[in-house]
Design a protein. Structure first.
Length: 384
């Protein structure tokens, strides 16, 4: 089997889609031939073999679109030429596209359909509804004019959550039989309970509550800030770590100061990948108050490190977290419920310990990348 995975971004860019491609690709490459076509990023090579995956990068222009899209938007006419050139050389069985948002890379599906390839689309993003009116309008318009056509060219769609599969099927009139759900995964050998060095660095406080991710409106972080005073009423010696970068970070820092939360809320910025297990393990609770989600990797990483989670009911969050077993699921924007469940976990050490154990067990049993990669490989093979 020869597989070509296509996306505007790939390693060393760190995002959920890119990490998914890397983890799946390097595992399947142990048994099959795997290639990736992506953008040429600064300090990356045009051609390289990465953990058995053949990576081909093309020259790309990047456009900043901070209101609509967190990373820079890639434009690459070279990608269209490269798809044809690579296929002539390697004769791929499958073209696996990972985003409909980048037309120059999505061209691979039009080429694949014309050449009789098996087109597989991995659905990482649903409709961006409920973040703000501009994003909702732009996302819906794009799908109506272009995204729906790209999805219609897929022989199979791998949805990384049931929620996103149902959403796309309903609003884009995609045949449900085309869609199979295969959640994201986590490297449970790397993400595991580790020394809590971040906690120790801040004076070993009574409690640590953590958020890690992009600081954008989608993540609902203003509701996390609103919940904090209600948590501090019951647990004064608690620090809240809001780690990550994004266009909302400065606003959140200013808001925390105006709420006089400066001593309790920390904004450490970007955290290197190698430090993440320690960061997660320093937390008593992981919080994800998103307005819109699909299947967030940070949630799986926190679980693998044995951290109970309190999450909103956005997208696939409730598919990952078993409510009341390894964490709690609360309604979107409901900061009072968010505070209530965090307070419950901080107050009950026994419950926290039970949920910690179940979180780790669930991550290992159902979401380890080795399991996800083999299931994904079988989806490909069933299409041959």
């Amino acid at each position: 089997m020869r597989l070509l995975m296509v996306n505007g971004f790939f390693h060393p860019y760190l995002g959920g889609t890119e990490k998914h491609m890397y983890e799946i690709g390097r595992r399947i490459a142990k048994k099959e031939e795997v290639h990736v076509l992506t953008s040429l990023l600064p300090e990356s090579k045009e051609e390289e073999e990465l953990d058995g995956v053949h990576v081909h990068r093309v020259k790309t222009k990047f456009h900043k679109m901070p209101t609509l899209y967190p990373p820079p938007y890639p434009r690459s006419p070279e990608a269209r030429k490269a798809i044809e050139k690579l296929d002539k050389k390697y004769d791929f069985d499958f073209i696996n596209l990972h985003s409909r948002w980048f037309p120059d890379f999505a061209y691979s599906f039009f080429y694949g359909k014309k050449r009789g390839k098996i087109n597989v689309f991995t659905l990482h993003n649903g409709r961006p509804i409920g973040i703000n009116p501009a994003i909702s309008f732009a996302g819906s318009l794009f799908d109506t004019l272009y995204g729906k056509k790209v999805l219609s060219l897929a022989d199979k769609i791998i949805a990384v959550s049931d929620a996103v599969g149902k959403d796309i099927s309903h609003y884009n009139c995609i045949d449900k039989e085309k869609i199979v759900v295969q959640h994201n995964g986590v490297n449970t050998s790397f993400f595991k309970p580790s020394p809590p060095t971040y906690r120790e660095a801040h004076g070993d406080p009574d409690n640590v509550v953590l958020f890690l991710g992009r600081m954008i409106k989608q993540k609902g972080l203003k509701y996390f800030l609103k919940a904090i005073p209600y948590i501090l009423k019951e647990h004064k010696k608690t620090i809240f770590i809001m780690a990550g970068t994004g266009n909302e970070r400065k606003k959140l820092i200013a808001k925390a100061k105006s709420m006089k939360l400066g001593r309790n809320v920390l904004f450490p910025g970007f955290i290197p990948e190698e430090d993440l297990p320690s960061l997660y393990s320093s937390a008593d609770v992981y919080v994800l108050p998103s307005l819109w989600e699909v299947c967030p990797l940070t949630l799986l990483e926190a679980m693998a490190c044995g951290v109970p989670c309190v999450v909103s009911d956005a997208g696939g969050n409730s598919e990952v977290i078993e409510n009341g077993k390894c964490g709690f699921v609360v309604p979107k924007k409901d900061y009072l419920s968010l505070a209530e469940k965090i307070n419950l976990l901080l107050s009950d050490g026994k419950l926290r310990k039970q949920m910690s154990k179940k979180a780790r067990e669930r991550a290992v049993k159902f979401f380890d990348w080795d399991i996800i990669a083999e299931k994904t490989r079988n989806i490909y093979l069933d299409l041959l």
